[in-house]
Design a protein around this ligand. Structure first.
Ligand SMILES: [Zn+2]
Ligand SMILES: [Zn+2]
Length: 291
């Protein structure tokens, strides 16, 4: 199960929706994507806290996505964090962080690792390029595929010997008298759940290719219908829906809503004309993805 907390769903300038921040949780792993100003406060108010966060991904260095990061990192230090924190993002992120640390007389008492990607036994987090006006990336958070034994088939065939099952699981062929059991007949691949977050982007092929077939796509949907959206490297809600359709994703969440829309329902309506499985996440809400 993967849970996505929509901490801040606005973009540009703050309003009630807050600035970009999405917390993704799978079992004990918490990863935060973008840290707009005010994110610390919103994490506290929502009762989620932030000490458990293991990975932070920053899409790009525009203020609305990164100005909450230094404060969050410094508070983690103040609360005597010991665990390593992995930061993913554009190469210039490292300079930004060390410059702020210098200027605010802060040195972390925990390890901060700048990395290209994150991986453990269950999860992989990778980045992809988006089409914005500055160097900018999106992130894919995915569960690794798991290979399970086809218990149903074993039962049907009356195979109960755990030694045989273990060999099949290890991908080995097993001979029982004249009968040959091939591992590929008894193994089933369980597809992992995949979530993609674009950060800021105009609609483009790089993004379509990167987010193909994901279970949930969080796509830039800054405006309702503005020609100049593309000049600023952003998308209208209908563009987000077109990307979702072309990439054949399962569900679309409209994010990075401009503060000019007090009520964003018209953005949702426009998008749903193109891609029906679209929703407009409320700030502080969450969404659960299950196999
Ligand atoms: Zn932005
Ligand atoms: Zn931006």
């Amino acid at each position: 199960m993967i849970k996505i907390y929509f901490i801040g769903t606005g973009g540009g300038a703050p309003n009630k929706r807050g600035l970009p921040a999405y917390l993704v949780q799978r079992e004990g792993l918490y990863a935060l994507f973008d840290v707009g100003e005010g994110t610390q406060q919103r994490l506290i108010e929502s009762g989620l806290g932030f000490m458990r966060i293991r990975v932070i991904g920053i899409t790009h260095l525009h203020g609305d996505h990164v100005l909450g990061l230094p404060g969050l990192l410094e508070t983690m230090g103040m609360y005597s964090r010991k665990e390593k924190l992995t930061l993913l993002g554009p190469p210039e992120l490292k300079d930004f962080v060390s410059e702020v640390f210098n200027r605010t007389y802060f040195s972390p008492n925990y390890e901060i690792e700048f990395a290209e990607s994150y991986e453990d036994s269950n999860i992989r987090i990778t980045k992809f390029r988006t089409c914005h006006v500055v160097n900018s990336y999106g992130f894919i958070f995915e569960e690794k595929d798991r290979i399970n034994i086809d218990a149903e088939r074993l039962r049907r065939e009356g195979i109960k010997d755990w030694r045989i099952i273990r060999l099949l699981k290890e991908g080995k062929r097993v001979e029982i008298g004249t009968k040959v059991l091939l591992p590929e007949d008894y193994l089933v691949v369980k597809k992992g759940i995949k979530v993609a977050y674009t950060g800021d982007t105009a609609p483009c092929n790089d993004v379509i290719n990167a987010v193909r077939e994901v279970d949930l796509l969080l796509h830039d949907s800054t405006f309702l219908n503005e020609k100049e959206a593309y000049d600023y490297g952003h998308s209208n809600s209908k563009d987000a829906a077109t990307v979702a359709t072309k990439a054949n994703v399962k569900r679309l969440a409209l994010i990075h809503i401009s503060p000019r829309y007090d009520d964003a329902t018209p953005l949702l309506k426009e998008a749903m004309k193109v891609f029906e499985k679209t929703f407009l996440p409320e700030p502080f809400s969450y969404y659960i993805l299950q196999e």
